[in-house]
Design a protein around this ligand. Sequence first.
Ligand code: KG4
Ligand code: ZN
Length: 360
Amino acid sequence: MSDAHDTCTILGIETSCDETSAAVVVDGRDVRSNLVSSQVKLHEKYGGVVPEIAARAHIEQVRPIVEDALAQAGVGYDDIDAIAVTQGPGLVGSLLIGVTAAKVLTLTHDKPLVPVDHIEAHATSAALVSDEPPWPAVALVVSGGHTSLYLVRDFLDIELMGQTTDDAAGEAFDKVASILELGYPGGPPIDRCARDGNPAAFRFPRAWIKKPHFDFSFSGLKTAVLYHVYGVGRKYGSVAHLSASQIADIAASFQAALVDVLVTKTIAAARRASVANVVIGGGVAANTGLRASLQRACDDAGLRLHLTPMKYCTDNAAMIAALGYHAFRAGRTADLWLEPRGGLVRPPRTTGPAPKRNTR
Ligand code: KG4
Ligand code: ZN
């Protein structure tokens, strides 16, 4: 492709939520640069991502971060074979900035434009660090915006097995941290706090854990914590009536319930799909309880768990460029009519029976 060694260099751009990221990846594996500008500080005081603020920050960040990613990789536009960009899902205002930037760059520098699905990029990011692509595998993608199980047969052959029907796992962490006044984002402080607590102190609900489908529901778990803290029917208040050890017990019991559901369903999905590999992606994959519990369960079930390093678990453009490489090689390019795709598009279920709704 770009030089005598037939290498293929992709510039990736990711702006689906609150991280502006650009990366240069060669042959879908060799990460030459992967820069991420986080907006956590901008959204902290609101306790969640504010879409308008996120979009505005992307506008400011996208151009410099692309230039820095190219500079750090030591390449110019002449060395780039194609530009891959996150098309969705995500916040539509945020996606629009990345898609527009990618379109302008492809037009200005006469490069092919490659749209990439953000969650499929999370599902395949483990291949960035494995010796051989770990497919076929079941991929658990758990972040602030997504909780999904995929059967990854190959980079471009990915089937959705199930996903959350309400809150994402990270969203549940963030909301429970807000209830317990532990700060934002909520995953890291709950993770820390849970280490000092008793995970069996309270039995919080584990929705659909034994159901023969792979969908998730975490809104009942979050409400159970809310009612446990303030009493049934009450709204948020202060947690001054709780001691540090009571808060630790609630955090540990909440985390145990959520991790139990994720791990049980992931192992069941791997069995249903008859695969030997499990991969994990998304910010919640940083959770020490989830990592340890999934590792134990995979060992017991004779499955190989591929734990992706954190820099490729959280939102990053390297995973976009990496999957973009395979899409580009397969001719999956787009023209300038490409539009961002905000919401989750749910493809028809092809694995397992349809779930019964509103049952625990
Ligand atoms: O993938 P990510 O960086 O951004 C997207 O949402 O796409 O994930 C962020 C989410 C937040 O909800 C955050 O609370 C959660 O990942 N998170 C964690 C941990 N670190 C980050 N959740 C549980 N335990 C952690 N250690
Ligand atoms: Zn993500």
